[in-house]
Design a protein around this ligand. Structure first.
Ligand code: RNT
Ligand code: ZN
Length: 444
């Protein structure tokens, strides 16, 4: 999933598809771009080089926006584990064939290198398979699809929405048998993840998130963390080449029904990743509301080699709203570019909104992520660095403020057009047509 991984390629050659009617005139896009190119050149920014660079950064699209995190293990399964989806907009994907069709549609509207992020509950099997018994063959269709679309795959064990996770305890469970079940699920998931890396020629990032925690004040905070540490050590005991697979661990502050205590807290996993050499997953919604992931990146990177991002949008709590082009998204992108850590970062999205068209939700968040990366790469880096080094903080402020209204959007429009994806809101017509022809015909 790293930027320079050999198999990372843009999928949009396959997922191309241009929508003509409502697009602005091509020549006006080109003209605007040419002016923008001149503008940035005077600031020492080569827009052509930036476009090649931004296009190659893989963003892993999360499959779970398409079906409200239900998965295909059990069609009546309900989401549990302190994560919640609200809304009942029609058209949810009910099986893997529908989900892949929806992903194809969304990806055709999103420029740049893409990956797909799968959860274990998205397996396909004729008969029920227990989570500790999942195998690469249960994901064969996903691998075939990824190959056909030149996509890398990422993976996640699913330690929620299961009878054995009903009391919000999995890898830290005091019952040895239940804990072992989840350890075995995570081990089996690593094999699946490794098989993705081998089949696709690009390492899969496997992220472990568990819901373990307590609704009310626990008596013992130490014990479950000690248990979790040992369980994770068992999960990752077998060495797997990073040519194929990376382990990542995701901390959290609290969840619904786990307000008082979360075993896998930020401190726990920061230290775990730093001492074990795993990736650290930072989810934008997993901190106190005034804390921001953008400020944590440069600190974490001093001590961990690689970070997985779960780009999300918390509203008042870890609400997993669709990623908007807002200040924090821009701040995250700025940190990756300014700190030159894109090569050590795997970018994934993590949100789920069931109250609006789900394809639109994907397209908006994915386009915003790349738009923010583009805008970050267009910053007048040399001038900003010089102003800061010399202590001219007014100039630094002025440069930053000017960049907000610089003609970066003209570069974005040209980029979309050059990648054969719709410019502006032209993509929305495609989504609406698909809703009418496909999504609306699905029963709830
Ligand atoms: C939950 C975590 C986790 C999940 C996904 C589905 O709080 O953010 O990453 O959202 O794995
Ligand atoms: Zn997350």
């Amino acid at each position: 999933m790293m930027q320079e991984a050999p198999g990372d390629r843009s999928a949009d050659k396959v997922h191309g598809g241009r929508v003509g009617q409502q697009m602005p005139q091509t020549n006006s896009i080109t003209k605007a771009y040419e002016l923008a190119r001149e503008h940035f050149a005077t600031l020492g920014v080569d827009t052509e080089a930036v476009l090649a660079r931004v296009d190659a950064v893989p963003v892993s699209m999360h499959c779970w926006q398409g079906d409200d995190v239900k998965g295909f293990e059990n069609p009546n399964g309900e989401l549990t584990g302190g994560i919640q989806v609200s809304g009942n907009y029609p058209g949810r994907a009910r099986n893997a064939v529908e989900l892949r069709a929806d992903l194809d549609k969304a990806m055709s509207l999103i420029p740049g290198a893409k990956r797909l992020n799968l959860h274990a509950i998205y397996l396909e099997a004729d008969k029920p398979v227990e989570r500790d018994a999942i195998e690469p063959r249960h994901f064969a269709n996903w691998v075939d699809w990824a190959k056909a679309n030149k996509l890398g795959l990422d993976f996640n064990p699913s330690c929620f929405s299961h009878p054995k996770s009903a009391d919000n305890r999995t890898l830290s469970h005091p019952d040895k048998a239940i804990r072992q079940f989840w350890i075995d699920h995570c081990k089996a998931s690593r094999k699946v993840s490794e098989s993705f890396g081998k089949a696709l020629g690009t390492a899969s990032v496997m992220n472990i998130w568990i819901p373990d925690g307590s609704k009310d004040y626990p008596f013992d905070r130490y014990g479950p963390r000690e248990t979790l540490k040992a369980a994770l050590d068992e999960v990752i005991a077998e060495k797997i080449s990073t040519d194929f697979h990376y382990d990542a661990v995701e901390g959290k502050l609290f969840g619904i029904g786990a307000e008082a205590y979360t075993v896998g807290s930020n401190e726990f996993y920061l230290a775990y990743a730093a001492t074990r050499g795993t990736m650290l997953c930072l989810d934008a919604g997993h901190f106190h509301p005034t804390e921001v992931v953008s400020d944590k990146l440069s600190a974490a990177f001093q001590f961990v080699d690689r970070v997985l991002l779960h780009v999300s949008r918390p509203m008042r709590w870890d609400s997993d709203h669709v990623v908007l082009f807002d200040d924090e998204l821009q701040a995250i992108a700025n940190e990756l570019v300014r700190g030159d850590v894109l090569g050590r970062t795997a970018i994934g999205l993590d949100y789920f909104d069931a109250s609006i068209n789900r394809i639109a939700a994907w397209v908006i968040g994915m386009r915003n992520m790349r738009k923010a990366l583009l805008k970050a790469m267009l910053e007048p880096k040399a001038a900003l660095a010089a102003a800061e080094t010399s202590g001219d903080f007014a100039l630094r402020m002025a440069l930053m403020e000017e960049h907000k209204t610089s003609p970066w959007a003209a570069v974005w429009n040209h980029y979309c057009e050059s990648r054969n994806v719709p410019v502006g809101t032209a993509w929305f017509d495609v989504v609406k047509a698909y809703e009418r022809d496909v999504l609306a015909k699905r029963e709830a």
